[in-house]
Design a protein around this ligand. Structure first.
Ligand code: SAH
Length: 261
């Protein structure tokens, strides 16, 4: 295989949406790429930072509707590398947290294609920060778990009941909307109190961010009443109650609306 010395694939995390949350390294790479391969969750404001001369390939996956399969995406990266392209593979949040970046990196490693991984701020951290929810807090939460709500049909959450029930563990659930009733059922079955504070953060860190605070038992109703759509993050635990005092984002959202429209 003819991999030139210029060839390198950068697996880059774009963060959750707010372009100010890009790392300096991510920005530098985006601005010097030859080809950008990007996902649905990469925000328009971030794409606006890509210079005109960079060719862009969209491989977005809307829930249940895939443009390219994961295998095809990996194969695309390999073929771009073989052409000697300097490629930025830009993913929402962090590439190695529920981003299938590991699969793409393995494919590159197995083809002896040089690559670098640039971490991004993952949606769990970002949504919590922008909703005024400290994920750990002395006396309230000693730990935090990042969980996926995605599951095979009829499967339960792949987390032990003790963790699900532990009142001092904050749970942050990615991709939780589709299976929300099952998730709530698992939490309650595991023994988590029904009145545990729970937040839904939709379009986190963008001008369109909405954060709704309710309880575990009322989660599904809150999602329906507010017409919550993807992407949204669920945060569960006593710390959610702190957002009442710590919510700082509303005035900033208005500034962002003016800046980015
Ligand atoms: N690699 C990404 C996660 C991809 S999984 C990361 O590290 O953040 C996609 C899920 O992430 C969505 O279903 C949603 O639950 C969550 N998500 C991503 N961006 C989000 C945002 N701006 N606001 C709320 N949730 C978000």
């Amino acid at each position: 295989m003819k991999v030139t010395t210029m060839t390198k694939i950068y697996l880059v995390g774009a963060g959750p949406g707010d372009p100010d949350l890009l790392t300096v390294k991510a920005l530098r790479l985006i601005q010097t790429a030859e080809t950008l391969v990007y996902d649905r969750l990469v925000s328009r404001e971030i794409l606006d930072l890509v210079p005109d001369g960079v060719s862009r390939i969209y491989v977005g996956k809307a829930p249940g509707r895939h443009t390219l399969s994961q295998k095809e995406i990996s194969a695309l990266l390999v073929s771009l590398a073989e052409k000697g392209q300097r490629v930025v593979r830009l993913k929402g949040g962090d590439p190695f947290i529920f981003g299938r970046g590991g699969e793409e990196a393995l494919m590159l490693a197995r083809h002896n294609i040089p690559f670098e991984v640039v971490p991004g701020i993952t949606a769990a951290q970002a949504c919590a920060a922008y909703a005024g929810i400290p994920l750990t807090h002395r006396g309230m939460a000693q730990g935090v778990r990042f969980i996926t709500g995605h599951r095979k049909e009829n499967a339960t959450l792949a987390i032990d009941a003790a963790t699900l029930a532990d009142p001092e563990q904050t749970l942050v659930i990615y991709m939780g909307l589709a299976n929300l009733p099952l998730i709530v059922r698992d939490l309650l079955d595991a023994g988590r109190a029904a009145d545990t504070p729970a937040a839904i953060v939709e379009h986190g860190t963008t001008a369109r961010q909405r954060s709704i605070v309710t309880t575990v038992a009322q989660l599904q109703k809150a999602v329906e009443q507010n017409n919550i759509e993807s992407p949204a993050m669920l945060i569960i635990g006593a710390v959610v109650a702190l957002s009442q005092e710590l919510d700082w984002f509303m005035p900033v959202a208005q500034e962002m609306e003016l800046r980015y429209g």
